[in-house]
Design a binder for this molecule. Structure first.
Ligand code: UDX
Length: 436
């Protein structure tokens, strides 16, 4: 089966490589010529475990191709996935200009049946707009009798675990409005049925909504737990115990219940905002989600507040170290990362900041420039520090030599935004977690 995937961003590239791995003939298309040239050379635009060898293997097997001109690819394929970005607009709603631009490009050169599938996270109603844009271009060219279908197939992969998530999903959600589209997508996902998962077919608006509802639900769990954690501190409870206590209730379940210094990344913040905005456009206010956002914004500021309170608001000129910059381990992505909020607060307060991250150093240099010191490793970062902030729970930070860390620091104050350390008192650190 021949398919095209438009947009070699996170979702597009992972999906393209995985479909090729499953035996499909995949054409990945992007207007960014540099990116495409690099991909042909085997250079990945993002860091993602298992992705690079998978791309290489499938390019060598001629199942995965990288192209810049959609009009040349279109005649070769039956299914076209749209996987371009939907960045937030100023008011938080998803910017659909890239998606609709692709739709128009398809309409401009299509001359036989195609199934166009939205994989980008798009607000309810977007597939209808895609359909209208294609139809308009076809009519302009006098190709109004060419048939096509649209479908929605949102992606639930997590950064850092994307290949695994794609290959072994809990479920695949597909919104269709014709039998032909349903048959094509059933066939495309057939090789994966061996992994015993379900393809859930539904109408298109429900599929579009499912993606937002899932991300909003997960973000809600995290903000809810962050609120509980903060209260635990006031009443002398330990949120780790509380988490285990409620997580073992099968109605609640144990995943995504970890309190911390706020959720980041490209999906939760963006999708929660977009859903709030979709509701507003329809005259409805999502009160729970407004609170989810508030709690998250406050949570990102908590690490600095703990530090500031410890030093009685006398922090000017103090040296601090930050372990972890990406929004979570396993990725160099810093979009909406808590580290950015913390660094800004520290710099505004006149602190000297040293940072270290196993993967995201280049990304940090691009975003932050020379306002902080980039340490060579985790021990280098803590030299003379008055506080160490643990912001992203990379494995590399799990079992450092605490003796060395303590000896290097000016004052062994450890502020753990991810609650991963269980330091015995003998190490002599002052330890602060979230909700413990
Ligand atoms: C998320 C969704 O999980 C995925 O299904 C969707 O397709 C895209 O958005 P991703 O953003 O890659 O994926 O990361 P995820 O692992 O979900 O983490 C998001 C944020 O939540 C991170 O900042 C993480 O640190 C935080 N988090 C996660 C918590 O604070 N506590 C938790 O218990 C889990």
């Amino acid at each position: 089966m021949k398919i095209a995937i438009i947009g070699v961003g996170y979702v597009g590239l992972v999906s393209g490589a995985c479909f090729a791995e499953l035996g499909a003939d995949v054409y990945c298309v992007d207007v960014d010529e540099r990116k495409i040239a690099q991909l042909r050379e085997g250079v990945m635009p993002i860091y993602e475990a298992r992705l690079q060898p998978m791309v290489k293997r499938n390019v060598e097997a001629s199942r995965l191709h990288f192209e810049t001109d959609l009009s040349l690819v279109l005649p070769l394929v039956e299914i076209v996935f749209i996987a371009v970005g939907t960045p937030p607009d100023q008011d938080g709603s998803a910017d659909l200009s890239h998606v609709l631009e692709v739709a128009r490009t398809i309409g401009k050169s299509m001359d036989s049946y195609k199934l166009i599938v939205c994989k980008s996270t798009v607000p309810v109603g977007t597939s209808r707009k895609v359909k209208a844009a294609i139809r308009e271009e076809l009519d302009k060219r006098g190709f109004g009798d060419v048939e096509f279908d649209v479908a929605s197939n949102p992606e639930f992969l997590k950064e850092g675990n994307a290949v695994e998530d794609f290959m072994k999903p809990d479920r695949v959600v597909v919104g269709v409005e014709s039998d032909r589209a349903k048959e094509l997508l059933t066939y495309l996902y057939k090789p994966m049925q061996l992994n015993n998962f379900r393809v859930l077919f539904m109408d298109i608006p429900s599929a579009e909504m499912t993606k937002y509802a899932a991300n909003a639900m997960l973000a809600t769990r995290i903000s809810f737990m962050n609120d509980i954690a903060n209260l635990c501190e006031y009443v002398g409870a330990d949120v780790n115990m509380v988490r285990r206590g409620i997580g073992s209730d099968s109605r609640i379940g144990s995943k995504f219940l970890y309190p911390g210094c706020g959720y980041g990344g490209s999906c939760f913040p963006k999708d929660v905002k977009a859903l709030i905005q979709t509701a507003r456009d329809n005259g409805y206010e999502m009160r729970v989600l407004n609170a989810v956002e508030d709690v998250n914004a406050r949570q990102k500021k908590l690490l600095f507040e703990k530090f500031d309170r410890y030093y009685n608001h006398d922090v000017k000129g103090r040296k601090v170290a930050i372990w972890g910059l990406s929004f979570k381990p396993g990725t160099d992505d810093m979009r909406e990362a808590t580290s950015l909020v913390l660094i800004q607060q520290l710099l505004e307060a006149g602190c000297e900041v040293s940072v270290y991250d196993p993967i995201a150093m280049d990304e940090a240099k691009r975003r932050i420039g020379d306002k902080v010191r980039y340490a060579n490793d985790l021990y280098d970062a803590v030299i003379d520090a008055d506080a160490l902030f643990h912001v992203t729970e990379w494995k590399e930070f799990r079992m450092p030599s605490w003796e060395v860390v303590k000896r290097s620091m000016n004052n062994p104050l450890l502020i753990d935004g991810r609650n991963v350390y269980d330091l015995p008192d003998s190490f002599g650190f002052t330890y602060m977690g979230i909700g413990i």
